[in-house]
Design a protein around this ligand. Structure first.
Ligand code: ADP
Ligand code: MG
Length: 215
């Protein structure tokens, strides 16, 4: 079908250094969810993206956040919340790969299972992008080893799993401590009622995008 023909990343208003790195990584055309989500994300809109596992959701929000990142402003600009440490590590690694063309992007993970002290020391040294689990991010906020006053972009990745795991109160706590004028992106494999409620309470007129369940 011509309306689902894959499009090149080069059709997007991305920084040239991101585009050339995508070529190096062998990412030539967008996946359907990237094609649907990236234009509104790059336009600064709030976006709810629903697509099955393995459909390329990380690069959809990752390119959005890397494109708006100002490396010369060394402060936390983006926070990605993930349900588990393993997923947070995967997202952080993918962001480092996608950001290779931009020198000195600092990505830090904040997950449980690691002592708080050294993590707080790493936060003290600073980062542009944080990837963490809700419990540990809440911990740092309540201990005042983290503040999110400079945050521009918040991503809830695998939001359905975070809710299934009972992270609603942590999400409420964290979101309440971010600037109201932030951009918020939510990605999920499924779209139950709870996700719709989260989208309504945390997001500003979100654009809903979906990729077909079957290829
Ligand atoms: P999801 O979060 O939707 O489960 P991921 O973001 O983990 O999916 O992506 C799945 C795999 O697809 C990863 O290995 C990623 O590197 C690869 N990938 C993502 N986008 C592209 C693309 N446009 N071209 C080629 N490979 C891609
Ligand atoms: Mg994912």
């Amino acid at each position: 079908m011509s309306d689902t023909a894959p499009q090149a990343f080069a059709t997007l208003p991305l920084k040239p250094e991101l585009l050339s790195n995508l070529e190096t990584l062998g990412y030539h055309t967008m996946t359907p969810i990237q094609q649907a989500a990236l234009p509104p994300i790059l336009a600064g809109e709030d976006v709810v993206g629903q697509a099955k596992t393995g459909s390329g959701k990380t690069a959809a929000f990752g390119l959005g956040l890397l494109n708006r990142l100002r490396v010369g402003r060394f402060c936390v600009q983006s926070l990605i919340l993930c349900p588990t440490r393993e997923l947070a590590d995967q997202v952080a690694n993918e962001l480092r790969r996608l950001g290779r063309g931009i020198p000195n992007v600092k990505v830090l993970t904040l997950c449980g299972g690691t002592p708080l002290g050294p993590q707080a020391a790493s936060l003290e040294h600073g980062a542009h992008i944080l990837v963490g689990t809700p419990g540990r991010v809440q911990d740092h906020l309540s201990r005042k080893t983290l503040d999110l006053n400079t945050l521009e972009l918040l991503v809830l990745d695998e939001a359905d799993r975070m809710l299934e795991m009972g992270f609603q109160s942590e999400l409420d706590y964290i979101v309440a401590r971010t600037p109201a004028e932030r951009q918020t992106l939510l990605f999920s494999a499924t779209y139950p009622d709870e996700i719709q409620q989260v989208a309504e309470s945390f997001m500003h007129q979100p654009r809903m995008v979906q990729a077909a369940a079957t290829k």
